[in-house]
Write a protein that binds this ligand. Structure first.
Ligand code: C2O
Length: 555
């Protein structure tokens, strides 16, 4: 294992990522940020300098467990203070497993702004994956808005009279490239748009997948979207899914994959088709009432010009309402033999329902009636040093009213803003049942991809309707997949199990940035007394800053 050093300068710059010149939040002048590629067991040092000049930042290493380094998790006001403009923060952590991950900003709407990049972790030399491939391709998928993140943030958090939803993404990006105002597939799917014309060296020219015939490629696919649920398909080619969120899955073959914000997959692609034509790669979204054009690019076998457009239409994203098909895909993701299995029993059971309501004039999300608003002192410091008035130390509710009607707008109007924390005993086995219900408007709901920091969890079941006594019989305790992000389907529930074995304070939240930003998350903590070595800089704000200053005075 080695130590690898990186220097990340986070800054805004102009770039024509989808053929429209806009500000993007990037790193070292690159968008997406540089890829971190390393081996399991390596120690990563990243010196992050905030050159944004008008806002604080922090970078979260999504999927890295941060065992023993909870202060390096990069979550503003949970594990650290924001890195102020001009400051440099030194992250230092170990990579705990091989697989496909990414990093992203974790303050305000900085994913929407473009602050993300890939993390690829290899097995140590000499160790073999349980599948074979000749080469690999990395696809980092995201969504892109023309409206600034400041404008979006103000709109989302304004009083209901001035509330503005973020609406539709202008583009879907493949490795940071998209096409707005034209489409490569215009002749087939968007007759109103012109066909894009590229020489190939433009910032917004599509990222072409160049392959050789009769090879097997491992295609790593990560969704760094801030909102959209994506679906990826390649014409005339099948994909064999082999990895998700850094864990091997029992291989299964599909012709399209659903991928939600925060998830990653590896698929094997065999280039066994006619090499004398190009094939579409289509990344469409799976959202309701959204007309964002699918991202298109080409699979090229190196025999004909890369930008020759196929004479057949690109694969079309299945419609939003085809929930059943999406459940079928998610339920196919099962652990490969050898992946750790879950404990047979849990010690703690939390039912969490996500409700949308207008509370005191603001449109918010609450979990069991608690609208999460982070304190201004990072929990990791206030819990470690027992700072009583830094947040509300009461225990948040572990349930919601038994007669709750999930199919109608909520009648529970008592949600309150809070920053309470679910506290676990070390090594407690915890089950969480995430329940989806009707949103604020009649007959409306959505998909919520949830991400847990600091742990992987087993996905025990995706169930239909409202979770009821006896539904635990549906739990898969034989080969549930280990993941760090999972979707909750409309009017359905998702059950997860994890072991609270990582001392620290950890967010568990909907990974759609506008949802998390308006309250859709909870905070978990365990063993904070065992946490050592929190750098002072991580705590140099709020009440922990005061504590540090007093300590200085008394010396
Ligand atoms: Cu990838 Cu808290 O998020």
């Amino acid at each position: 294992a080695r130590v690898r050093h990186y220097k990340f300068d986070v800054e805004y710059f102009f770039k024509s990522v989808d053929c429209v010149d806009r500000l993007v939040m990037g790193i070292n002048g690159q968008f997406p940020g540089p890829t971190i590629r390393a081996e399991v067991g390596d120690t990563i040092h990243v010196a992050v300098t905030n050159k944004l000049s008008t806002e604080g930042t922090a970078i979260h290493w999504h999927g890295v467990r941060q065992y023993g380094t909870p202060w390096a998790d990069g979550t503003v006001y949970v594990t650290q203070c924001p890195i102020n403009p001009g400051e440099t923060f030194h992250y230092k952590f170990k990579l705990d497993k091989a697989g496909t991950f990414y990093y992203h900003g974790h303050n305000a709407l900085q994913i929407t702004g473009g602050l993300y990049g890939s993390i690829i972790v290899d097995l140590p030399k000499g160790e073999k994956e349980p599948f074979e491939y000749d080469d690999e391709i990395n696809l980092l998928l995201s969504d892109w808005w023309h409206k600034s993140i400041q404008e979006q943030e103000v709109g989302l958090t304004a009083h209901i009279e001035n509330f503005r939803w973020v609406w539709e993404a202008q583009s879907i990006l493949i490795n940071g490239r998209g096409q707005f105002g034209c489409s490569l597939g215009a002749n087939f799917i968007n007759h109103t748009l012109p066909v894009c014309q590229f020489k190939g060296d433009e910032d917004c020219a599509p990222y072409i997948l160049s392959v050789l015939p009769n090879k097997t490629y491992r295609v790593r696919i990560t969704s760094a979207t801030s909102l959209l649920s994506l679906n990826l398909a390649i014409s005339d080619h099948k994909m064999v899914v082999v990895e998700s969120d850094g864990h091997y899955v029992e291989p299964f073959t599909v012709d399209k994959i659903d991928i939600y914000s925060g998830e990653s997959y590896s698929v094997l692609l065999t280039t066994d088709q006619n090499p004398n034509q190009n094939y579409w790669i289509s990344v469409g979204h799976r959202d309701d009432n959204v007309s964002t054009t699918p991202a298109l690019t080409l699979l090229n076998y190196n025999k004909i010009p890369t930008l020759d457009l196929p004479s057949f239409p690109p694969p079309i994203t299945p419609p939003w309402f085809d929930v059943e098909e999406r459940k079928i895909f998610s339920r196919k993701v099962l652990a490969l033999k050898g992946v750790p299995q879950p404990p047979k029993y849990s010690h703690r059971w939390i039912n969490l329902i996500g409700m949308q309501d207008i509370i005191d004039g603001y449109l918010k999300w609450s979990m069991n009636g608690i609208i999460l608003e982070l304190p201004t002192t990072p929990y990791l410091g206030s819990m470690k040093f027992n700072i009583k008035n830094a947040f509300d130390w009461q225990d948040p509710p572990e349930n919601y009213p038994e007669d709750y009607d999930i199919y109608n707008p909520t009648t529970y109007h008592n949600s309150t803003v809070s920053n309470m924390v679910y506290k676990f005993e070390m090594n407690q086995v915890v089950d969480v049942i995430l329940q989806n219900c009707n949103s604020y408007a009649l007959n409306s709901t959505g998909f919520h991809p949830w991400h847990l920091h600091g742990h992987d969890f087993w996905v025990l079941a995706y169930g239909d309707g409202k979770f009821k006594d006896g539904d635990e019989k549906l739990f898969n305790l034989e080969n549930p997949p280990l993941k760090n992000s999972v979707v909750v389907f409309p009017y359905s529930w998702t059950a997860i199990r994890f072991r609270a074995d990582n001392p620290g304070v950890w967010l568990f939240h909907c990974h759609m940035e506008p949802h998390f930003h308006t309250g859709m998350g909870v905070v978990f903590a365990e063993g904070v007394q065992y946490v050592n070595g929190i750098p002072e800089q991580a705590l140099a704000c709020g009440l922990t800053a005061e504590m540090l200053m007093n300590k200085g005075n008394s010396q």
